[in-house]
Design a protein around this ligand. Sequence first.
Ligand SMILES: [Fe+2]
Ligand SMILES: [Fe+2]
Length: 241
Amino acid sequence: METRTNEIADGIYRFSTYIERAGLVFNQYLVLAEQPLLFHCGLRGLFPLISTAMSGVLNPNRLRWISFGHVEADELGGMNEWLAAAPDAQVCFGSLGCAVSVNDLASRLPRPLEHGDALDLGGKIVRYLSTPHVPHGWDAGLFFEETTRTLLCGDLFTRLGEVPASTSDDIVAPAFEAEHQYLATALTPLTAPTIRRLTELDPVTLALMHGSAFGGDCRKALEELADGYEVRLNRQLADRP
Ligand SMILES: [Fe+2]
Ligand SMILES: [Fe+2]
C-alpha cells in the first residue's frame, strides 16, 4: 500500500491511500497555515504511512488542529496517534460529537464547535458546518475553507475504485453507484435540504474523502446529489407496504 500526496488547492494537501479490500481510496486533507489543520485522521493502522507522507509537506509535530467528519474508524482511528505526535495539537469537533464520543475517546480534551464557528488558522480560515445524519451519524459535520473555497466534504460523493487526485468529470453518477452498493447514507427528509444548503457556500473545490478532489461545477454537483437523494427517499416512501 502507498499513500500519495497531492496539493489539490492552494495550501491544501490530499494524502490518499487505496485499500484494495475496501475498493476505495481513503483521503486525509492537510490545511497548511500558521496553525495547520488535519481533516480525517485515517485508520489507526495507516498512521505510519500517512504521517510519513505528511512529513514531505509538514512535520506532523507541528499540527495544531485535528478534525474529522463523524465518529468512524476511517475518520478518527489514528486520532490519538496524531495527538501523541503533535504536542500542541487539539481535536476540534462538533459539540454534540464531543459530548457523545470524543471527550471520552480522545487522549486530550477536544475543543467543541458550534454550527458556523470559524477557526482562523493564520492564512486559512475554516468554518464548521453541522450536518446531522448527512451523510451519516448524528455527530456529522464538515468544514469549509474560505480562502480557497474548498469544501472538505467527507463521505459525500463517495466513489468506488482507485481514482486520480483531481477531476472535473461527473462525480454524481459514480456516487450513486457507490450508494447503491453500500447504502452508506442515512436517508431522511433532511438529507436533500442539508446538501442543498451547501450550495450557498459556492465552493470551488469539493475535497472528497473517498474519491478525487472535484474542480468542476460544485453547485451543480451538490444540487444533483441532493436531487438524487430526494428521488431515492420519495421512491422508498412510495414503496412502503
Ligand atoms: Fe463515514
Ligand atoms: Fe469515510
